[in-house]
Design a binder for this molecule. Sequence first.
Ligand SMILES: NC(=O)c1ccc[n+]([C@@H]2O[C@H](COP(=O)([O-])OP(=O)(O)OC[C@H]3O[C@@H](n4cnc5c(N)ncnc54)[C@H](O)[C@@H]3O)[C@@H](O)[C@H]2O)c1
Length: 444
Amino acid sequence: MTKHKYAVVGTGGRIPMFIDPIAGLYRDTSELVGLCDLSATRRRWHLQRLIREYGIDPIPDYAAEDFDAMLKERRPDTVIVCVPDYLHHDYIVRSLEFGANVISEKPLTIDAEKFADIDAAVRRTGRSVRTTFNYRWAPGASQVRQLIASGAIGTVKHVDFEYMLNTSHGADYFRRWHSYKKFSGGLFVHKATHHFDLINWWIDAIPETVFAMGDLVFYGKENAVARGQEALTRYPRYTGVPESEGDPFRMNLEGDPTLKALYRDAEADSGYLRDENVFRDGITIEDSMSATVRYRTGAMLSYSLNAYCPCEGFRVSISGDAGRLEYAERHAAHIITGDRELKIEPNASRGASLRLQNLFSDPQEIPVHMPESGHGGADPLIQEQIFSANPPPEHLGRNAGHEQGAASLLVGAAANHSIKTGTPVRITDLFNLRPECQRLSQLI
Ligand SMILES: NC(=O)c1ccc[n+]([C@@H]2O[C@H](COP(=O)([O-])OP(=O)(O)OC[C@H]3O[C@@H](n4cnc5c(N)ncnc54)[C@H](O)[C@@H]3O)[C@@H](O)[C@H]2O)c1
């Protein structure tokens, strides 16, 4: 049997999600043919790991400037793009032009202009782009979709969604490239793309107008000083700084073998500092944000995200003309290690609850199973869908192409415009995503 050939670009913390199933569970049908990254240390660390753990044969690895050479020499059927968000569009377009299909990590890209490049390349080449919205595959999220699609609450009119990131996971976005809007689009794009996608998909609607506010109110030097925590701002990074010991926001790259190998040992060849002080000057993203969104179906959304909470998880209430769903997840926020295993905070409780109440009826509690594995059980299911030769039939529309990827990122991009201008932003003014459609399921 001919194996499907994959090449990857971006071999940092997230890439095991893709290369491990290719080398392991799906090795009979899949083959990794090349790895590309600007850090030789990182790409070779992953390669050696795959050789050791899965017994794959050595394969060539390529520097960032040799990406096109990798395509020519290794001729992948599909390229997996797992670099920082602001680079996705460039590698996506080059892969499509070469003639490969693409799997891109979320967010598909960070603004409307870069999405326009991707859309044009898809049309030009006839190739496809999958956006890996893994949150759709979590069992609880899938139950919510099923209930709404079955008409359990009638026609959806309003959604209220609150997301909480705690001071271990939330802080991690302020230590490195994510903390600069030009690289991540800010949390309205980088993080909220998951949430806007869930909502778009749950209520099967395309967003239309966004009015947003956002600010940096907790991280950054000025905020720490204002709270009387100037002592936390005195060092530019944490590793190798004795003064930072005891700082609750400290990340010690030398305290974890994976972090050390992937980031500390790669500082010399990439210049990438993974552990910058979260209370430094120059951070350009928000840590507190709210948005009001109107959908083409007429439904409304009230959304908030805060990245400095004592607990982690989300709660959502979805109101329809026949009833209401309330869904909540409490996450035992993982301590970021760069490792494939999530290290769970021992004291944090974890769980989910789902409640359905129809008009003039008593509420019903619906049991939700939340597995321990990657992202609440989502990652293994999307891996099966991507890599299996015979993936299980998919009735919930959980596979997303580039247009569904855009429907989510454009909410964040519009929110960023709205923060700047202080006015509501029509998404169609940024990119006219199939103006004749109202439903997300009408998009690729
Ligand atoms: N779906 C999820 O739950 C999830 C979770 C984590 C990350 N992600 C996404 O995965 C992507 C990667 O995130 P990560 O956490 O692995 O980040 P990371 O910083 O750990 O890794 C990024 C890698 O890209 C490489 N890189 C940077 N510039 C490059 C260039 N010009 N050419 C080639 N390689 C380059 C870096 O050297 C690094 O190895 C991001 O888009 C992120 O949003 C998704």
